[in-house]
Design a protein around this ligand. Structure first.
Ligand code: NAP
Length: 331
């Protein structure tokens, strides 16, 4: 391990990813894959612990918050902060302590030799003694023509983040799993009315969650129905809903849409290198350890439950502390 304060300063100017001269040959103490709240928080901790750190952040760096508008529930910002602005601040904080941030996508990893890990990105090999995987998970969207352009303008995938913006509004939640039930229950505390739209007449959600929903007078169910488009130019004003039995399509005025049809963890490149669960999430043991010694995981890439920026950041902190300890023990 070596202190890298000065080197870090020299590298800051190239951390926009446009050019990068280090990497080949150098063995970093820590290689972090992913640059959302988990990855960059890990980097703040590892660099402050004087561990040389490279973050391979992806060509679209920053994670889910880069697609978010106002964030009101991240501690320290009483007036709220825009998602991209928050990520910019976290990135600057990591760079301040010397993290090298490479804006390339990792194409391949090699984790077979413990303590001699490699990742390839942008035709370069990055070597490190330890790894933190923080590649996150993407919301599964419906893929409707107007959906993407109205994200943050009435289309959301996070009730705990956005519910207060929908006070006394009419909202639909799409999905039939536990997430859809949970989102509806959170939203009903604020909204005038919440309709759960599900494509079948049977829910996949656990009985207990279904019971909670059935007891909530503000939640109604629209079964055997699918959204075929979102209506709105600057904000959501309605949806087109198809009845899957009659095939009839009707327009339905609405103020907000919460899509809760699942998440996809970004773990394709790790298949065959570490253990994943049946849904593709990284299996963790003892909080942040993966099936490979010296490789740790942080954030939504293993946590399908909380999925918050602040919990991802906290997992990033935990992984960094675990890496530090592991490196000390395996000098
Ligand atoms: P999920 O269980 O996979 O459910 C996804 C739902 O979305 C299904 O009902 C599915 O319909 C529907 N869906 C998928 N693609 C669709 C599409 N293109 N159009 C319309 N509907 C679509 O996912 P999840 O609810 O996110 O839960 C993921 C995991 O986290 C589960 O294991 C769950 O138990 C767990 N979880 C637990 C809690 C809790 O315990 N409080 C809370 C949240 C999540 P079909 O049923 O027709 O396939």
């Amino acid at each position: 391990m070596k202190g890298n304060k000065l080197e870090g300063k020299l590298e800051m100017s190239m951390s926009n990813g446009s050019s990068m001269t280090r990497g080949s040959g150098e063995v970093f103490d820590v290689l972090i894959i992913g640059s959302g709240p988990a990855g960059l928080t890990s980097a703040i901790y590892t660099t402050r612990a004087a561990l040389s750190t490279v973050v391979i952040g992806g060509t679209s760096w920053g994670g889910q918050l880069m697609l978010t508008t106002e964030v009101e529930n991240f501690p320290g910002f009483p007036e709220g902060i825009m998602g991209p602005k928050l990520m910019d601040k976290i990135r600057k904080q990591a760079e301040r302590f010397g993290a090298i941030i490479v804006l390339e996508d990792v194409e391949k990893v090699a984790f077979k030799n413990v303590g001699e890990f490699s990742a390839w990105a942008g035709n370069k090999e990055y070597k490190a003694r330890s790894v933190i995987i923080a590649t996150g998970a993407q919301t599964t969207w419906l893929g409707l023509p107007n959906e993407q352009k109205l994200i943050g303008r009435g289309v959301s995938s996070c009730a705990p983040c956005d519910a207060p913006f929908f006070r006394d509004k009419n909202i639909i939640v799409i999905g039939g799993g536990d997430s859809a039930m949970e989102e509806a229950l959170v939203l009903s505390r604020f909204a005038a009315e919440v309709a759960i739209v599900h494509r079948r007449d049977e829910f996949r959600a656990s009985k207990i969650m279904q019971e909670k929903v059935s007891k909530d007078p503000k939640i109604k169910l629209l079964l055997n129905r699918e959204i075929v488009d979102v209506i709105g130019e600057v904000r959501v004003v309605g949806v087109k809903i198809r009845d899957n039995k009659t095939k009839e399509v009707v327009e339905f005025p609405i103020d907000g849409i919460f899509v809760a049809i699942g998440h996809t963890p970004a773990t394709n490149i790790f298949k065959g290198e570490i253990d994943l669960d049946e849904k593709g999430y990284i299996k963790v043991f003892d909080r942040t350890k993966t099936s490979v010694e010296g490789v740790f995981a942080a954030g939504d890439v293993h946590d399908y439950h909380y999925k918050q920026a602040v919990t991802a950041a906290a997992f990033g902190c935990m992984a960094a502390l675990d890496v530090e300890k592991w490196l000390m023990e395996h000098k």
